[in-house]
Design a protein around this ligand. Structure first.
Ligand SMILES: [Zn+2]
Length: 244
């Protein structure tokens, strides 16, 4: 049974080109979660995900925007956080959106989009940078788990972007993050207006472009199975602005 599941996942990946084969090792190492690819029917049968099973990419983004509106108005419903939902999602998941965002403690996706368990496949690091590990995770969320949207979200007053402005080229582990943000700083220096804000926006766009270099993400996008967008989160008012 496990072998059969692995074969199905492998077939699915192979359809998405040789570049995806590398991802297979990651997927198989994720153990029994691989069965998420064929558990859709089971999840659809569960009350919590019925609503999301047939969403288009635009509708998935709309769900996020609506959840954010509830959060801004302090009318969060805290959906899919019940004991029942815990049980429903205990052996499989079917998140409707992938979010690549900053590790910043003020930017928790489930809270600002008013979502719950099994709804969002979240990838976080300082500065919402898209390295190979992050892109591989997003491929998994979109291709295997079936998420319909990929959101690359930066935020106001991002400490990682500010550090990149102040430090420039940096060594060590932290340098591996800072240096990924430097091209966005470079682009922004020649622009009018606030350097930090401009660099945050440029960083969102650059990291989004890196995500789009994935053959898996690119093919799913062309097939209208997913949509990749940038987003900017305002720390003061809680609003997420979608950047096409
Ligand atoms: Zn940040």
């Amino acid at each position: 049974m496990i072998e059969r599941r692995k074969n199905i996942a492998r077939r699915k990946l192979l359809q998405y080109g040789t570049a995806a084969i590398g991802s297979y090792a990651v997927l198989t190492s994720m153990g029994n979660k691989i069965n998420a690819a064929e558990s859709t029917d089971k999840l659809v049968a569960s009350a919590g995900n019925k609503k999301f099973s047939n969403l288009s990419p635009d509708q998935a983004i709309s769900e996020l925007v609506q959840g954010n509106q509830r959060f801004i108005r302090q009318r969060s419903r805290n959906p899919n956080q019940s004991r029942l939902r815990l049980l429903e999602t205990s052996d499989s998941q079917s998140p409707f959106a992938c979010i690549l965002t900053c590790s910043d403690s003020r930017v928790p996706p489930e809270i600002i989009f008013d979502r719950g368990l099994g709804d969002l496949f979240v990838v976080r690091d300082a500065g919402n940078i898209a390295t190979s590990g992050e892109i591989g995770s997003l491929e998994y969320g979109a291709l295997v788990l079936g998420a319909k949207a990929v959101v690359v979200m930066g935020h106001q007053n991002c400490g990682a972007v500010k550090a990149a402005i102040e430090l420039g080229s940096t060594s060590g582990f932290i340098g591996s993050i800072i240096n990924e943000i430097l091209p966005a700083i470079q682009i922004s220096r020649s622009k009018e207006g606030d350097l930090v804000y401009n660099a945050i926006i440029a960083n969102i766009q650059l990291q989004k472009q890196k995500v789009q270099t994935s053959p898996v993400i690119s093919k799913l996008t062309k097939e209208n199975k997913i949509k990749v967008v940038g987003a900017y989160y305002n720390l003061e008012n809680g609003r997420v602005e979608i950047l096409e």
